[in-house]
Write a protein that binds this ligand. Sequence first.
Ligand code: PLP
Length: 384
Amino acid sequence: MSWQQKIDDSLMQRRAAQALRVRLPVSQGAGRWLRQGDARWLNFSSNDYLGLSQHPQIVAAWQQGASQYGTGSGGSGHVTGYSVAHQALEAALADRLGYPRALLFISGFAANQATIAALLHKGDRIIADRLSHASLLEAASLSPAELRRFTHNDGEHLQTLLAKPVAGQQLVVTEGIFSMDGDSAPLADIAARTRSANGWLMVDDAHGIGVCGDGRGSCAAQGVKPELLVVTFGKAFGLSGAAVLCSDSVAEYLLQFARHLIYSTAMPPAQAVALQTALAVVMSEEGDARRETLRQHIGRFRQGAQQLGWRLTSSESAIQPLIVGENAPTLALAERLRQQGCWLSAIRPPTVPAGTARLRITLTAAHLQDDIDRLLEVLDAAGR
Ligand SMILES: *Cc1c(COP(=O)(O)O)cnc(C)c1O
């Protein structure tokens, strides 16, 4: 088969399965509205859980940072790209989240890849929740370490896998809040089982940081301190980037061996300045108020959707999936909702298991109570 044929065939298969992914150039994609040209929809698809992507103070901080530092960092953090703004942000994150150290990464994807690649070697074993994010599972499958997956949130299955003989070290990987299901992991149980097997725990809290508990995320809310905590800034923080929270020695080790840190340009210092302001907002009374608004929206949505006879998952987070099943009806439902002014994403395999295509509804503090009611109204009409 030629190159051309191979590529054409893959595209054709995707198209036939109604699984072709397309991007939409928007003029605003986060916050209350999704805008495209003159049209707008209520946005129930972004991960901007606290509505911070449009926050005037954070926007101003980025502008001020750009005036002070210019646009780019100019290099890898190991050369000249690590500024005092990066240093201050790392210190603030470590302090807030109760770890000796924080290391900044350009994205959560990079943080997960780099950390797993640097820490795991042949003879080691990674045991990951079956529903872990693609960035974790891909890093794990690229690693020379053995990859085992445990049944979603099943501590007993995890323990069975941990008990199997292993030559090297074991790393257990899970998420605070699962990205496509919105449910949370039983972190205390997982941490205890991991510890008794002398393993280490890595928690990716992309969807919990800023949102769960007092803003410090799933781990603090559940009283758990994993050896490796990954937080990302593309969701509740309304920006992008990520950090790995860890011990001093692990931070030093990652600085030596994490290739995504060494061979990649550091995030712009202005972004670190903006993130510092975002962190302050997340941890402030305003952050509490935004989390409370979000909680009210979640409660209102769940109660309303249940009354209308929709089958909900157990998720109590901002991620509220409506599982439809097959691809075609999921796409059709998303389309009907869009015609009524509500923007929702259809999530299809392979992002989620086959037969569980869904609408991934995300609620944010940027929504008004009326927006939640409007969504329910539109869902009711589309359901009938
Ligand atoms: C979004 C996400 C990532 C990737 O983070 P980016 O900063 O967007 O690269 C990693 N893990 C989980 C669980 C996510 O939801």
